[in-house]
Design a protein around this ligand. Structure first.
Ligand code: PSV
Ligand code: MN
Length: 386
């Protein structure tokens, strides 16, 4: 698409969902560095998310993580979000932080633990009903550390049973997104390690079940854009958890480690109709050493830049060179788009949206960072498990 008004319209309609947990403290297993001004409640996380939306114009929803964002009244939280121009997004379940889950959650050998895990997932569906969230995101840390520890195939049966119970409970217009990750915390087998496993379960479940591609959850060198193209073709790409990585699940800012990979992914999204088919573009990141709100603003901008470049690919020229078997010509068409400086175009898009063309500078000048440091004194800062 090189029709500039159409490119701009597509960029204005793209929405990037930010994760509540990225506003809280995070770290590695070695150290969590607390930052001043970090939210102490789900409401304060929404206050920060509202800033990201105000300065980017394209981040209107916030994903919740249960129990990290547990509140008494989810309807009231949704209203709180709405008053700030936001909506609550995907509900992320958590069946990995309880002592009972040492040997697994929905695939645990003990049916009592499986029941408990399923209970949590169903509670997350109740929460979706209260918040109006469309998506339930399921990530399972389930797996084993040693050969022989458990029956690999039996664990798949247990997984299928739990997924089907959740599927049955999903309301009209709701979706479940099954996320895969090849290892960690399990080191020998993981019960949903790859897109193929996630796809196989989603296919059996039905149209409300789709795959979530977390860009940090693959072995090094994996061709993620191929996975994206294939899942889109099969109508099974439900969402992205965007982040970037140098080594494993680093959860760094999307587009920071490998902007070219992000462009290649976004090209397949554009090519496969994923910009308009309901694919959720979510961030799943941890800002361990950098200030969180500007890091999230930067991440949203990185997604927009990759999307803009993908939209600028001259699809007709690409198709012609591909038909002719012109290997270098085809590659050049793609690289021309990638090498375009789209920042002026995005600045125009922002001006047309009525926001500052430079979100980073505008946020810096807003005084919000200083205000939260001054005001958020005392109480317990949010973080993993809080
Ligand atoms: C697992 O590593 C994961 O990517 C899942 O999406 C979790 O919900 C999230 O991280 C927690 O940060
Ligand atoms: Mn994720």
């Amino acid at each position: 698409m090189s029709d500039v008004p159409a490119v701009k319209a597509a960029l204005k309609s793209q929405a990037v969902e930010t994760p509540s947990w990225a506003y809280g403290n995070s770290g590695t297993r070695f150290k969590v560095f607390a930052q001043p001004g970090v939210p102490r409640s789900p409401q304060e996380k929404l206050d920060d998310a509202a800033q990201v939306h105000a300065f980017t114009g394209v981040a209107p929803t916030v994903a919740l993580h249960i129990p990290w964002d547990t509140v008494e009244d989810y309807g009231a939280l949704a209203k709180y979000a709405e008053e700030r121009g936001l909506k609550l997004g995907a509900i992320n379940s958590n069946v990995f932080q309880d002592d009972d889950y040492k040997l697994g959650s929905v695939t645990h050998p003990d049916p009592a633990v499986r029941r408990k895990a399923l209970g949590h997932l169903l509670e997350c569906v109740d929460i979706m009903d209260a918040t109006g969230s469309r998506d339930l995101k399921l990530w399972f840390s389930d797996g084993t550390n040693y050969p022989g520890q458990d029956d690999i195939a039996a664990r798949q049966d247990r997984l299928a049973e739990a997924l089907s119970a959740v599927y049955e409970r999903l309301g009209e217009g709701r979706r479940m997104l099954l996320e895969y990750k090849f290892f960690e915390p399990a080191f020998y087998t993981t019960d949903v390690p790859d897109w193929g496993t996630a796809y196989a379960h989603c296919l059996k479940l039905g149209p409300k079940a789709q795959v979530c591609v977390d860009t940090g959850h693959h072995a090094p060198g994996t061709n993620i854009e191929f996975i994206v193209a294939l899942l889109l073709r099969e109508k099974k790409l439900g969402a992205f958890d965007f982040n970037s990585r140098f080594y494993a699940d680093d959860d760094l800012m999307v587009g920071a480690a490998d902007p070219f990979q992000l462009f290649r992914i976004m090209y397949e999204v554009v090519r496969g109709g994923g910009l308009t088919s309901g694919v959720a573009f979510m961030l799943d990141q941890c800002h361990n050493i950098e200030p969180k709100i500007p890091a999230i603003i930067r991440s949203v901008m990185n997604v927009q830049e990759a999307t803009a470049k993908a939209l600028l690919v001259d699809r007709d020229a690409l198709a012609a060179t591909q038909r002719e078997g012109d290997v270098l010509g085809a590659n050049a068409v793609l690289m021309d788009a990638y090498n375009t400086d789209v920042r002026p175009l995005l600045a125009e898009v922002r001006e047309e949206l009525g926001i500052d063309p430079d979100p980073m500078a505008a946020y810096r000048a807003s005084g919000w960072a200083e205000r939260i440091v001054a005001e958020r004194v005392g109480g317990q800062q949010a973080g993993w498990g809080a």
